[in-house]
Ligand binder design. Structure first.
Ligand SMILES: [Zn+2]
Length: 368
């Protein structure tokens, strides 16, 4: 590698995006970073290489389900997708994770781990990836069974807490979504994770069916619950999913919401006031006919947006660069899309952003 000045439309050294910026690279390492004009003035003999739209800290895939990697990508309505995942549950687990574990494009992930305790052991003991592995909490049980399930969940989380490596991935908790846990289980798990300092990630306001269920207690989600023989009155009626989560205390520091598609202005202002990040998975939303989040409203309201691919069951790849392209297609300014995939991704997972400084290995610099 030669000594060169690298530039791009936007440069992120770990402290936000800059235009007209560049870095000097000596073949192996970063030597300096400054405004492009300054670098060219100081080193007029060096070639200036334009790397494209972005150069900087690595992108983050803030929402995945590696354990769904053995599914075909589904196209269709959300309630049918839930049935599709439930029907294929045998395909989930550590084998599915291992099938993709050598080929994930980003190194920092927010991954949801469901059912298979071996997957969490893999994450905490040997995964080459960084980020947060969130243990999924899910289910509607009769009270005595719920208590037993909660006890077991707490025991697991306390054991896994001790397995975290000093520089490895962190443990988190994912109460799956407003509709898939009882209010008492949601509240208990939020309280426990807060007391234990564990980050939260929650699917919320994903589909029209979810919103219809919460506001009016009807629609395909209710029909699905009825087909499982569940009671009709598990959740309060008349609140949006976001208002419901806010009342449950779930929109607290260290929490992130996944999707945030079916929201109104009041929901967006609740999210903005709470300071939680919204992780958007645009390709997944389009494949599941969920619509797309009101990106401009979020940006105007000061909500921090991050990006995730979601699983291979609802997106064709695990590469968050494809979600940057989807945001651009949806009319989100490139700067905001790049900010979502870089700095905001680390913030969504509660991680400190890496920095590109003199001495940083040039191989660690990301391009788009
Ligand atoms: Zn998901």
């Amino acid at each position: 590698m030669d000594v060169e000045i690298w530039t791009a439309d936007f440069v992120n050294l770990g402290d936000g995006l800059r235009a007209s910026w560049g870095i000097l690279v000596d073949g192996k390492r970063v030597v300096n970073a400054a405004a492009v004009d300054e670098l060219r003035g100081r080193y007029p003999q060096l070639p200036l290489v334009n790397k494209g739209k972005y150069l900087g800290i690595p992108f983050v895939n803030a929402h995945t389900h590696l354990d769904l990697s053995n599914f075909e990508t589904f196209h269709g309505d959300f309630a049918d997708f839930i049935k599709f995942v439930v029907a294929g549950r045998e395909k989930r687990g550590l084998e599915a994770v291992r099938a993709v574990a050598d080929s994930i494009p980003q190194n920092t992930l927010g991954d949801i781990v469901a059912n298979d305790e071996r997957v969490m052991d893999w994450w905490l003991r040997e995964s080459p990836y960084d980020g947060v592995a969130y243990w999924e909490v899910l289910g509607v049980y009769p009270p005595a069974k719920e208590e037993e399930y909660l006890k077991r969940t707490k025991e697991l989380l306390l054991r896994w807490k001790t397995l975290q490596r000093s520089s490895g991935p962190r443990l988190g908790v994912s109460p799956h979504s407003p509709y898939s846990l009882t209010p008492s289980l949601m509240r208990s798990i939020v309280e426990f994770s807060t007391a234990e300092g564990l980050p939260l990630q929650i699917h919320a306001a994903e589909s029209p069916a979810e919103r219809e269920y919460f506001l009016r207690r009807r629609g395909p989600l209710l029909e699905f619950f009825e087909s499982l023989g569940l009671p009709k009155d598990i959740h309060p009626v008349g609140l949006t999913p976001i208002a419901y989560l806010s009342q449950a205390g779930a929109l607290r520091s260290g929490a992130s919401l996944v999707h945030g598609v079916q929201v109104d202005e009041t929901d967006v202002s609740i999210i903005a006031d709470s300071g939680v990040t919204v992780i958007s998975c645009p390709r997944s939303n389009l494949n599941l006919n969920a619509g797309l989040p009101p990106y401009h409203l979020y940006l105007q309201s000061g909500v921090m947006l991050a990006l995730g691919s979601d699983s291979l069951a609802s997106a064709e790849t695990l590469n968050v660069k494809d979600d940057i392209a989807a945001l651009e297609d949806a009319g989100v300014p490139l700067r905001n899309a790049l900010q979502a995939a870089s700095s905001n991704g680390y913030a969504a997972l509660g991680l400190t952003s890496p920095r590109i400084v003199a001495g940083t290995d040039a191989k660690l610099v990301e391009f788009l």
